[in-house]
Design a binder for this molecule. Structure first.
Ligand code: V0V
Ligand code: CO
Length: 144
């Protein structure tokens, strides 16, 4: 069951400049940052609020680490902006299988490693009304 908005992914050319915009404009601080080489991103998670299921909602600021990454390709075509939304679930495997059964393409056979040790998969934007949609199970089992 999808229980929260885990994060909204925002693609940018310059992560440090974008982090500073969110800090100076809204007062949001970086909760966590990392490089995910498999996904080709350097990212900063800004925690917005805790949620009723023990988890939290974040903004995920994404800067590409290489030219052939999905985010670099998207930025070249669209410029900066909202890249994806992510729903949180205690069971990414079960929810992905159920959604695949409804005819929506799930991009990975098995969930891959996401931010903060989470397990993630994606749904094809062409099957979701133009919205790249991610499913996330947090590494922290209490966060559901
Ligand atoms: C592409 N399209 C999108 C889109 N990216 N539509 C909405 N939102 C997006 N973000 C559209 C694009 O405009 C094309 O439409 C069509 O899909 C095919 O796109 P493409 O440019 O030819 O690119 P593809 O097919 O090579 O790749 C598209 C997919 C790819 C969605 C398959 O981006 C992908 O695998 N994404 C999942 C991984 C990802 O995005 N990782 C970065 C975040 P037209 O022009 O044909 O109409 S990593 C992350 O979130 C982490 C680590 C985390 O949360 O922890
Ligand atoms: Co994401």
């Amino acid at each position: 069951m999808l229980t929260r908005i885990d994060h909204i992914g925002i693609a940018c050319f310059d992560l440090d400049r974008t982090v500073e915009f969110y800090r100076a404009t809204y007062g949001f601080e970086v909760f966590h940052s990392e490089v995910n080489e498999e996904q080709g991103v350097r990212e900063a998670m800004l925690k917005i609020n805790d949620t009723g299921d023990g988890g939290a909602s974040y903004l995920q600021l994404l800067e590409p680490t290489r030219e052939d990454s999905t985010v670099a390709k998207w930025l070249a075509k669209n410029g900066e902006g909202v890249h994806h939304i992510a729903f949180g679930t205690a069971d990414v495997d079960g929810d992905a299988a159920a959604i695949a059964g409804k005819g929506v393409r799930v991009l990975y056979d098995e969930p891959r490693r996401g931010s903060m040790g989470s397990r993630i998969t994606f749904l094809h934007p062409k099957d979701c009304g133009g919205v790249l949609t991610e499913l996330v199970t947090s590494a922290d089992p209490s966060a559901h």
